[in-house]
Design a protein around this ligand. Sequence first.
Ligand code: UDP
Length: 238
Amino acid sequence: MNGNKFKRVLLKLSGEALMGEDAYGINRATIIRMTEEIAEVAKMGIELSIVIGGGNIFRGVAPGAQGMDRATADYMGMMATVMNALALQDALKNHGVVARVQSALNIDQVVEPYIRPKALRYLEEKKVVIFAAGTGNPFFTTDTAAALRGAEMGVEIVLKATKVDGIYSADPNKDPTATRYSRISFDEAISRRLEVMDATAFALCRDQKLPIMVFSINKPGALKRAICGEDEGTLVHV
Ligand code: UDP
């Protein structure tokens, strides 16, 4: 038992979160800082699964992919997430945290495939599980993979790390009167047309009554505070 609000969570990290100030790829100082935060919560006994994006390496709908067959570009995007997952696993190991990567696409020599019961066992053993290759299907996103794997793992909450510290009533960069919601219901987010996750991911979480917490990955300690149930980011609830 741990005294935290949540015991089993899924963290959605975008590929861009690993980029730091760089234009693309993985910034070493950034991944080290991020894994320090992840390692801290893993060592608290939280059952932690992670879905990592690939936008820092390849995005299926990006200009670089223009003219390409969409499905082909999406498979490239999914493979990019495998690279990020391996980098994250390696960085966590350097912080004394055991992590296992499971991929929705079979790349047998490199990572094990996604096997739900095995992933659940890893979580029970307090190993961090990193889900790579999104849903394994083109035309989807890693946000949707986060909602899907979160539901499959029976997590209590999906923690969506973003560049801003929550959901605002308006764009805080454009409107100085914009205020942060500390809590908002799924229905209210829809009626106010607030973007929380992509529409498929949002609908899946809503159907499964799986709350989402939007918080800033750039704010030191925010991940831990969100897991401890402190007023951090925005909680999207049923
Ligand atoms: N992708 C996909 N199916 C999935 C997940 C991802 O085809 O289930 C592809 C898609 O091309 C996407 C890319 O992988 O653009 C990277 O994922 P995403 O954009 O979600 O990464 P993030 O923005 O979180 O870094």
